[in-house]
Design a protein around this ligand. Sequence first.
Ligand code: FAD
Length: 462
Amino acid sequence: MRTKDRYDVVIVGAGAFGLASAYHLIDRRPELSVLVVDARSGPGEGSMGASAAMVRDVFSSSDNRQLARSSIAFYRHLMDEHEELRGTSPLLDLYGYLWLLPERYMNEYRDLVRKSGGTLDARPVELSDVRSCPGLDPAPSRWYEGDAAPPPEAIAGGLFGRTCGAVAPEKLANFYFAAARARGVDFAFGLCVQRLSFEGREELLLHEPSKLPYAFQDRIPGRLRIARVVFGDGSFVRTDRVIVAAGAWAEHLLHPVGIATACSPRPQLLFSVSGQEVDRLLGWAPPVDPIDVPTGRPRLPFVILPTGATMKPIFGERRIWMGGVDRVAHPIGTREDPSTEGALDYRADRLGDREAFATDVLPAVTPYFPGFDTTGLRLESSWGGYYHFSPEGLPVLTEEACGVIFVGGDSGSGVMKADAIGRLVAALYDGAREARLFRGDSYRLDRLSLDHRAVEEERIIL
Ligand SMILES: Cc1cc2nc3c(=O)[nH]c(=O)nc-3n(C[C@H](O)[C@H](O)[C@H](O)COP(=O)(O)OP(=O)(O)OC[C@H]3O[C@@H](n4cnc5c(N)ncnc54)[C@H](O)[C@@H]3O)c2cc1C
């Protein structure tokens, strides 16, 4: 609820990044008045709620590894501290990732583990062990009926990531929400930010009717500051600083005030399936040694096929969620535009296109799991959200002279890095050059900026 008409800082977006930012900001600066605004009816209902909600520390970029490791360790710490985050559906369940790899990637992945100097807890899996997976054909003979392309590559072995598994996104969102609110952060849900505005500063000269500043003022230090956050219903709050953590929809707010993000949103879909083949696969006790073994034996890990198709076990429901990164089947951009509509009419189920299961996902799975044809599976549901891609697959964190911090560019792995990102945002707000991550290591903030960006490309995007 909005309790004031002026806040020290307004955070747009109560998703993974906005929630963690609110929590760490108020932890660091308890005297601040902070408002978090989200168009959805509760926390974590944007792409965070649509996500597969997997976590891993296996990344090719050392920055991504550091951010994910810190966040996973913090989520684990939360479980130790809070009983309600343990139990049958825990905040974190590290049952592992199993990459099934063709020959040409085996060496690259092994090198990655070797070069990590022991920090990456991942182990090779022999082809003979992979073969015990029920229904798996490691050497497919074709893509699918009627496609004349050479078959996808044979599986030569695997890599098992141990500090990998699933997080419960609603538990994570609710933790940050409740903890930030308990420390005095105001939350306004069901409220869409339509625009950021320079209006309200007397010294500013603004064009009519656009309300954008006369260009020369950009040369006057300190003159151009965002003064208001304007909502779809025409009301507004005054503020000195805005943190835009609006995920895929960030550009709709930032481009109109001249702020570039270098990021682009792409729809990504997930499909929940059940059936006999799913039961068979869920029954597999793979020869691996995961961190969490609540049933006393290893369970089906999150499986990544050489085609990029992914399979997430949903143990309690006897289902598997299937997906895979899509860069071609949907245009870049969001279907919703809060800046013109004054509302954010995003619905995960509407974005989920059932037809795409047969056209985009199954063809990447059935070569390796021939039993997963349409007769062996029941498609229970489908839904979608967005990956907000940055050029290198790492988050972007920038601060503009007009008082706006942008954090985004999750590139499909933001839930697993959210806690570290929240720490970085809080430190940047505070004028620091470095942030301290959960396990005490420090991280230079400008590594993720656009001006002084210093990151290597991430090659493992799932
Ligand atoms: C299919 C799929 C699978 C995924 N799998 C994983 C995974 O396994 N692991 C992982 O770590 N990540 C995964 N992700 C990515 C993950 O969802 C994102 O990294 C994460 O949600 C990014 O957080 P965010 O806060 O930037 O964006 P979001 O979670 O989308 O939050 C942004 C929030 O801003 C709000 N908002 C936007 N514009 C406005 C406005 N104008 N006014 C008011 N509110 C506004 C939205 O309502 C939303 O709640 C997946 C995503 C998808 C779509």
